[in-house]
Write a protein that binds this ligand. Structure first.
Ligand SMILES: [Zn+2]
Length: 285
């Protein structure tokens, strides 16, 4: 909820607590097309409140009173920008820029990577030692480029199947788990589900900045996702907003989010220690 305050003298000082999606731009807010959004106005008794672009934000907002606060429910009727103005007589005292954006645009928008300490609660990342112990080596040599899996037993345990929004090729129990994750995302984050894609699961190679550590993709237990066909850039400290909405769902199914790696990798999800340990018991000989 955006909250802005009109001081009694009308000098236009205000604040906004809904700055999560637009850090630093205090007087701007974004509303997804077709959805409603509440704005509270403090100290604004007797002021007019209007949208200067009613085609984008219709003026027919509903209003209720909560103590000194006036609560307005506005809606985004068309893509575009409108200024929401409050004032008296001829004079506009304060204004708030409302951008009506598509849900997809909102979800691919980059936000600072959330505090690492809050991510992947209760889960730990699997390391090469554990993976080699559980599954053996995917192949004998690796490089910076993608190479095929050669381990015969691992090959017998790979599958290609639809998981909902896309097809995935990886370790069978991981693909099964992914299908359950996607069912959960469809139920709880349908807007994200609609724009989810993948650029791959099983590829044998080193990790991006290593010539020693084997990527988890080599065992087919990691996946890279896209939102609206856009990849989240690795190591820029920012992640697509939509990824932050589905990370907790992945976590619930034992998947570890790369957004919480020391080197941020927002599009990457992989089986946690607990998940891969379970999957190891489900392989065929
Ligand atoms: Zn990855």
């Amino acid at each position: 909820m955006a909250h802005f305050l009109v001081p009694p003298n009308g000098s236009g000082v205000g604040y906004d607590v809904d700055s999560k999606l637009a850090p630093g731009s205090v007087w701007r807010m974004q509303v997804p097309l077709g959805s409603a959004h509440d704005i509270t106005l403090g100290g604004g008794a007797g002021l007019f409140v209007r949208s200067n672009n009613p085609g984008v934000v219709p003026n027919a907002f509903s209003e209720s009173q909560n103590g000194d606060l006036r609560v307005f429910t506005l809606s985004g009727a068309a893509l575009g920008t409108s200024m929401l103005e409050a004032g008296k007589g001829e004079q506009v005292w304060i204004s708030l820029q409302v951008q009506v954006v598509s849900p997809a645009a909102l979800l691919v928008q980059l936000i600072p990577r959330p505090n690492r300490g809050t991510l992947n609660p209760g889960l730990s990342a699997a390391d090469n030692h554990l993976m080699l112990q559980l599954f053996g080596a995917p192949r004998s040599t690796y490089s910076k480029t993608d190479q095929p899996l050669t381990n015969p037993r691992l090959k017998r345990n790979m599958t290609t199947a639809s998981v909902g929004p896309f097809r995935a090729h990886g370790m069978a129990p991981a693909v099964d788990s992914l299908r359950m994750v996607m069912t959960d995302i469809r139920a709880h984050q349908p807007d994200v589900y609609r724009i989810l894609g993948s650029i791959g699961m099983l590829v044998c190679r080193y990790m991006s900045d290593s010539t020693k550590l084997i990527s988890m993709h080599s065992w087919g237990t990691a996946i890279d996702l896209t939102l609206n066909r856009v990849r989240d850039k690795r190591d820029d400290g920012k992640v697509q907003y939509g990824l932050t909405l589905i990370a907790p769902i992945f976590n619930r199914h034992g998947w570890y989010w790369g957004g919480g790696f020391p080197t941020e990798d927002g599009m990457h999800f992989e089986g946690s220690r607990a998940a891969v340990s379970k999957w190891a018991t489900q392989l065929v000989p």
